[in-house]
Each structure stands twice: as structure tokens, then as C-alpha cells.
Ligand binder design. Structure first.
Ligand code: AHR
Length: 511
């Protein structure tokens, strides 16, 4: 197989927010995984678990979504602000978490974390059991510059200046746990909430810095997802448009049909099911993007008589990741181990998001710590980085780069996937090569421009694709920089430089 890396085939800029993360009050994602409290025996920095915090500092996630997920629909932000000793205690039933919630990690703890990491916060409001007034006051607490009561309360709680939270999700999975709504019921609710958002400007003509995200479809349901988007945009076109900037589709790579399959025990068929499953997202997001354009076109039909007509809404994938069957019964809730099978699908998902950067603006891996497609697992005092963490680290250089369209020829071997980007100044190329074969090595030819030279090679692979990192063997599966000659077996000059690259089975590689 031959792959051509041609820097002139530009797709567009890779928004760093395609590398977003999602954290929720679910299982041990936040409590224990991220937040242990200042009095904990576990090493911490102002209550944030040190191991997790250090890992996230190195990762620099550009976007962090919180507090859910489903949990957002039971979350009352006031329970989690002010002196910790006075905060409420509630019971967390979310996905069978079944734990008391002392609300010691609340809005200020979340937003301070985002500041430490340089991440853009995305807050999902409580649309199901909360009120418009509650949402408005939360926004005021986060963003009001003028010295109102609620802004002064924020200052008393330690943050005088506004946090400037831009991204606000209005409803979560409203077709299921978020209210089992129809698109038109949701549209009515959405209009009430979104149109009540404060604008945070004192110039009536200036655009608001607030960014409203509407709930998109269940990406896992083929007929429903199509009908949802058509009906949603039809309802949107029916009357004046409320503020709407983003449309949030969720897609999980469900692996629930094979009883014998667990996150760490699988055969080649189980491996292939999961690899193929993650790739479905590419067609889904392209179809959805097309449906959105059709929906927006309805607004511009002559019989729709409105002064101002919306002409753009961003497509967002607010939750994605592998969801293995055992996660349903796991304790802590939704926890699953991570092997090279998950690392390969994480790489392929990032590839397809980046390749569609002209259609998708933001995306969040679900979830960052101890839940589903984790980057970090914690076990008592131990903090373990999973192979997924290494994939995200290997892909960091794609952020803000220009995605390239990579054609391939003689694709006899369909299981080797390539993605490439070039830096904004055009001086560097980053090429990923993922060998999605569970057991076979692969060799491919990569043609790079004649003037280019390979400076660095990194490999993420395991001796056995079932291997995973545990407390006892926390570095069993780690990305390694290798001598270029270990990966590039031969170089020949033609119209470009032809590299013969050899890839170990079940591996994620970058050049
Ligand atoms: O990520 C776990 C859950 O999956 C989220 O709470 C919900 O939005 C989705 O169904």
C-alpha cells in the first residue's frame, strides 16, 4: 500500500477543541479520580489529586465539559459554592454511582482547574430539574463583571474577576435521560432557556460572547438521529431563532453484543468489531452535517418571514468513546480497563475528527478519568495513565495544524490508517500510521515531499494487545520514541521521498 503526503492538499485548521475532554460526577471520575480533598492521605494540590493534575497539566486539554452528562440534569450549582463545610450533601444516583455527594468540588473548583490547565470550560446547565432563573444566576455568577450581589459572592468565594465562561450546553441527551423529549418539545424548552441567557455586553449592537449549545441526536440510533436533526431544524425554522451556536451529537462505540468479550479479554473477531465500530462515526458526522445544512436552508426559504436569519451552527461531538458491556455492571460505575484495542480506536477517532475539521468544531472524549474511555485510572493512592493518554499526547502536535487530505493507492491492506497535518508555517509534518491489525505486522510505503526528512518516530504498542497498565505494572504499555531506522526500513527518491515503513501489530505510530 502506498500513501501520499502532499502538503498542498489542505482540508482546514484543526481546532484544538477537537481534543476536548469530558468529566462528570459519575463513578470515580471526579470524586477520587480528580478530587480527593485537602485532608486526603492521597497526595493533592488544594484538594486536586496530584497524579491526575500533573497528567492533565502535561496534556493541556483545550476544552473541558462538566458537570455532565446525565448528572447535569440533577445538578443545582448552588449546592457546590461557598465554604465547603456549609455545602449540601445529596445522593448521587447517576448511572448507579450510589455515593453521597458532599459537593466539595463545585463551580469554583472546576473553573480554577480550567484556569490551571488552560482549558476552555463548557458548562452544561440543568434543563430538566432546574429553572431558567437558576441557569441565569449561574451564568451571572461565572461571568458578571459589574459588582452585582452574585458577582460579589463570587469574589468572596475567591475569584474577583469574571471567569468568562463562553460555552454553555442547554440540555443533555434530552431524547433519553434528559427528559425523553420530542424535537419539538425540546425546541420549546430550548427557546425558553437560550433566549434568557444574559448577553454580557453593554453595547446593544455587539455580539454576545456567550455560545449556546443545543442537544443534537443520539448518534447510535440511525433512523432516530436523522429524524431528530430534520425535525429539530424544521422547528427552529418555524419562528425566530433563539441564540444557538452549536449542535451536540453523542456517539458511543458500543461493544455489548458478545458476552465473552470484556475490555481485556477478546479474540480477533472482538477486536475487529470494536475497530469497525469506531469508524462509523465518520459517516454519521458527515450525514449529520449535511442534514444540518439542509435544515439551515429551510430558514432561508422566502416564505420564512423573519428579519434576521441564522446561517450557521457548529457541529459538536460532545461525547465519544468505547463503551464495553462490562461497564454497565462495573464498580466504580462505568469503569473499564484500556488496552491497545481502545488506544487504536482512540487514534482512529481523533483521525476522523481531524480529517473532518471543516465540519466538526469541538469534541470531548468520554470520559477523562475512571469512566469508559479513560486516560487516567486511579486505584487507591495510585494514578495510572492508560494507553489512551499516550495517544492524546502523541496527537498534541496536530492541534492548530492544517489537516491534509491523504490519498492512498493499492489499498490491499485496509487495516493501516494514515492521517497527516502540517504546521501553520508549513515547516513540519506530523504523520500518524495506525496498524489496526490485532496480530499482523504491516509494511507500507509513505511518500513525503522530496525536501522532507524524518526527524522523529514514536510507537505505542504492547507485547500482547490484551496488555494494560495496572497499579503493579503501570508502564507496561507506553509510547516510546524509537530510532527512525527502527520504523523506516528503506528510503528511495522518486517524485518524492518514498519511505518503507514497518509497523508492529496493533500499534499507533507517529512520524
Ligand atoms: O458518559 C456517560 C453518560 O453517557 C453521560 O452521562 C450521558 O450523557 C451519556 O449517556
Amino acid at each position: 500500500m502506498t500513501t501520499f503526503i502532499d502538503p498542498s492538499r489542505e482540508i482546514g485548521r484543526i481546532d484544538p477543541k477537537l481534543h476536548g475532554q469530558f468529566i462528570e460526577f459519575l463513578g470515580e471520575c471526579i470524586d477520587e479520580g480528580l478530587w480527593v480533598g485537602e485532608d486526603s492521605q492521597i497526595e493533592n494540590e488544594q484538594g486536586y489529586r496530584k497524579g491526575t493534575l500533573d497528567a492533565l497539566r502535561a496534556l493541556e486539554p483545550p476544552l473541558l465539559r462538566w458537570p455532565g452528562g446525565c448528572y447535569a440534569d440533577t445538578y443545582h450549582w448552588r449546592d457546590g459554592v461557598g465554604p465547603r463545610s456549609e455545602r449540601k450533601t445529596t445522593f448521587n444516583e447517576n448511572f448507579a454511582t450510589y455515593e453521597l455527594d458532599d459537593h466539595s468540588f463545585g463551580t469554583d473548583e472546576f473553573l480554577r482547574l480550567c484556569e490551571m490547565l488552560g482549558a476552555e470550560p463548557w458548562i452544561n446547565i440543568n434543563m430538566l430539574s432546574g429553572t431558567v432563573a437558576e441557569m441565569k444566576e449561574w451564568m451571572e455568577y461565572c461571568n458578571r463583571e459589574q459588582p452585582t450581589d452574585v458577582a460579589l459572592e463570587r469574589a468572596r468565594n475567591g475569584h474577583e474577576s469574571p471567569y468568562g465562561v463562553k460555552y454553555w450546553g442547554i440540555g443533555n441527551e434530552v431524547w433519553a435521560g434528559g427528559g425523553t423529549m420530542t424535537p419539538s418539545t425540546y425546541m420549546d424548552e430550548y427557546r425558553r432557556f437560550a433566549s434568557a441567557m444574559p448577553k454580557f455586553t453593554t453595547d446593544v449592537f455587539a455580539p454576545s460572547p456567550m455560545y449556546a449549545i443545543a442537544c443534537g441526536p443520539d448518534g447510535n440510533k440511525p433512523r432516530e438521529r436523522e429524524a431528530w436533526t430534520q425535525d429539530f431544524f424544521r422547528a427552529l425554522a418555524e419562528y425566530r431563532q433563539p441564540p444557538i451556536n452549536g449542535y451536540d451529537l453523542h456517539f458511543y462505540n458500543w461493544n455489548v453484543d458478545n458476552d465473552a468479550d470484556t475490555p481485556t479479554e477478546f479474540d480477533e473477531a472482538g477486536w475487529n468489531t470494536v475497530i469497525d465500530g469506531c469508524l462509523e462515526l465518520e459517516d454519521i458526522l458527515r450525514d449529520q452535517w449535511r442534514l444540518m445544512q439542509d435544515g439551515l436552508a429551510l430558514i432561508h426559504e422566502p416564505e420564512v418571514a423573519m428579519d434576521t436569519k441564522l446561517d450557521h451552527v457548529d457541529l459538536i461531538i460532545g461525547e465519544w468513546g468505547n463503551w464495553h458491556k462490562t461497564a454497565f455492571f462495573a464498580r466504580p460505575a462505568l469503569r473499564q480497563q484500556v488496552t491497545m484495542r481502545d488506544a487504536v480506536t482512540t487514534a482512529l477517532t481523533l483521525d476522523l475528527l481531524q480529517r473532518n475539521c471543516d465540519k466538526v468544531s469541538m469534541a470531548c472524549n468520554a470520559q477523562t478519568i475512571n469512566v469508559l474511555n479513560s486516560l487516567v485510572l486511579t486505584e487507591g493512592g495510585a494514578t495510572i495513565l492508560t494507553p489512551n493518554y499516550d495517544v492524546f499526547m502523541m496527537y498534541k502536535a496536530h492541534r492548530d495544524a492544517v489537516a491534509l487530505d491523504v490519498p492512498r493507492q493499492d489499498a490491499a491492506d485496509e487495516s493501516v490508517y494514515t492521517f497527516a497535518s502540517k504546521s501553520q508555517d508549513g515547516k513540519e509534518l506530523l504523520v500518524n500510521l495506525t496498524n489496526a491489525h490485532m496480530n499482523s505486522a504491516a509494511e507500507i510505503t509513505v511518500v513525503i515531499p522530496a525536501a522532507a526528512r524524518v526527524e522523529e518516530a514514536t510507537v505505542l504498542a504492547a507485547a500482547d494487545p490484551h496488555d494494560c497498565n495496572t497499579e503493579e505494572r503501570s508502564d507496561l504499555v507506553r509510547a516510546r520514541t524509537v530510532p527512525v531506522a527502527d520504523m523506516v526500513k528503506a528510503t528511495a527518491a522518486g517524485s518524492g521521498t518514498e519511505l518503507v515503513v514497518s509497523l508492529t501489530p496493533a500499534s499507533v505510530n507517529t512520524l
